[in-house]
Design a protein around this ligand. Structure first.
Ligand code: XIL
Length: 473
């Protein structure tokens, strides 16, 4: 086993001399259990670079409205290598009216974060919901709207997101029972599973997380509710890759003494753990000590892959009066900043090399369509293949991959086979007429041998669904 450090940006740990490599090599196995001391020569001077020494990221929440503030963007550019949109990717921001998506502010953040990685936050939540969504009724209707939202937002950012908070704050404090919200009340217990299955199909490269607050204490009922959900998903092959601990701390909700053990117990289920919204109210050395405690706990847990603070300066915080962040209102580094930097520079266990999340195996073999004999070169043609993404009693979602033949095409139409009793309730990335799906303006041109995808949700069984024809012009 090698303990050579992989940086989140894919480069190897900077500045390792031969001696250091030797020590790390010898400590490879122990390194999984105890922090690895790095030589001072490796100490880095920014949060992101210091976290990268042990293969982790250090991120912050960013607000689009502050991107014109040069103090803010200066610190952002210098210190952080992961970005979460504080509000701009939320449901009310991205789908203010049904099936009408807006990404202007979220895109501004993504553009400002060029060269950094992005955490997507968040797709299914009880809060910051547009009115139309909060008043949805009927399980099929609500499920279709949820899936359409996930597909719309994840589709827009496909391939650009490191991890998505697919479902946020689904459990009640204290009891750990399910929170009563439109998803739970209209769809029922299965909504979380449905959301994760839809999310995996929408962007197979993104890690899929469940995120919550007050799940920092290893023995709390709410923590165990999330633990049991992840365990169940893992046992049944429902896609899930990570647990996000929001970790908003203050005197009434301090850093628990079993915080590290808690991250370890989640990691032992085979998921990554990320600290997603860290802020700790207080000041001076007490605050600095609490920050160090959190960072050191993450560094010990190999699958704790990164830390995000919920804002840059105290004045940027949603809890500004508690001065919970690493920079003061003028952008100066606080004692908490130094303790975090020092803890990161002391090194830690190395997260396992990231492999892309595994995609759920299609449950129905793909049906490829005519033409069975290749048309003469230069003739415009296409073929389509249908794959089930997820299915449940009474419904399913699936995608059709449309592939151009040996010539580029500028329009395509796929004829679907739908067995009796099966119908399409919702379709994206195409326009439906009867059982035919045609391209939209933005995905009609496909280069020779290239492909595009559309997807749909159906009611009834997916068995027998397939592609009957594909015509191109
Ligand atoms: C907060 C933002 O920081 C505020 O600007 C907004 O008014 C409300 O939401 N849990 C979450 C975050 O998952 O999205 C919340 O962010 C803080 C609590």
């Amino acid at each position: 086993m090698s303990a050579v450090l992989e940086r989140p940006d894919g480069r190897r740990g900077a500045g390792m001399n031969g001696g250091t490599k030797l020590v790390l090599g010898a400590l490879g196995v122990i390194g999984l259990l105890a922090p690895v001391a790095l030589s001072a020569a490796n100490a880095a001077t920014t949060l992101g670079d210091s976290a990268a020494l042990s293969g982790r990221y250090f991120g912050t929440a960013v607000s689009a409205g502050k991107l014109s503030d040069s103090t803010y963007t200066g610190i952002l550019g210098r210190e952080f290598n992961m970005v979460t949109a504080e509000n701009e990717m939320k449901i009310d921001a991205t789908e203010p009216s049904q099936n009408s998506f807006t990404f202007t502010n979220a895109d501004r953040i993504v553009n400002a974060a060029a060269g950094k990685r992005i955490r997507g936050h968040t797709l299914v939540w009880h809060s910051q919901l547009p009115g139309w969504m909060n008043s949805l009724s009927g399980s099929a209707n609500t499920l279709a709207a949820m899936n359409n939202h996930i597909n719309g937002v994840m589709g827009h950012y496909k391939g650009k997101i490191y991890a998505w908070d697919v479902v946020n704050e689904a459990f009640n404090d204290g009891s750990g029972t399910r929170r009563s919200d439109v998803w739970q009340n209209q769809i029922g217990d299965s909504y979380i599973e449905q959301a994760f299955r839809t999310a995996r199909a929408a962007d197979p490269a993104a890690k899929l997380c469940i995120n919550d607050y007050n799940i920092d204490d290893a023995t709390a009922a709410k923590t165990l509710a999330v633990y049991n959900l992840v365990k169940d998903f893992k046992a049944r092959g429902v896609p899930i890759d990570c647990v996000g601990l929001q970790s908003h701390f203050n005197s009434g909700s301090p850093v628990p003494s079993n915080y590290q053990a808690n991250m370890q117990q989640f990691a032992a289920l085979g998921v990554d753990v990320q600290i997603t919204e860290l802020d700790i109210e207080g000041s001076g050395s007490a605050q600095a000590d609490n920050y160090a405690k959190v960072v050191k706990a993450c560094l010990v847990v190999a699958r704790c892959t990164g830390i995000t603070v919920w804002g840059i300066r105290d004045s940027d915080s949603w809890r500004a009066s508690g001065t919970p962040l690493l920079f003061d209102g003028n952008g100066n580094k606080k004692a908490a900043y130094t303790s975090v930097l020092d803890a990161l520079n002391a090194g830690g266990t190395t997260p396992p090399t990231t492999t892309p999340p595994t995609t759920t195996a299609p449950t129905t073999p793909s049906a490829t369509v005519p033409p069975t004999t290749a048309p003469p070169a230069g003739t415009k043609s296409c073929s389509g293949a249908f794959t089930v993404s997820s299915s449940w009693t009474g419904g399913f979602t699936g995608t059709v991959k449309v592939t151009a033949g040996s010539a580029a095409i500028s329009k395509w139409t796929v004829g679907l086979t739908l067995p009796s009793g099966t119908s399409i309730t919702n379709l994206w990335n195409g326009t439906l007429s009867g059982t035919s799906v045609s391209s939209l303006s933005w995905n009609s041109s496909v280069p020779a041998s290239g492909s595009v995808e559309f997807g749909f949700q159906g009611s009834g069984s997916a068995t027998g669904v397939g592609v009957a024809s594909c015509t191109a012009s």
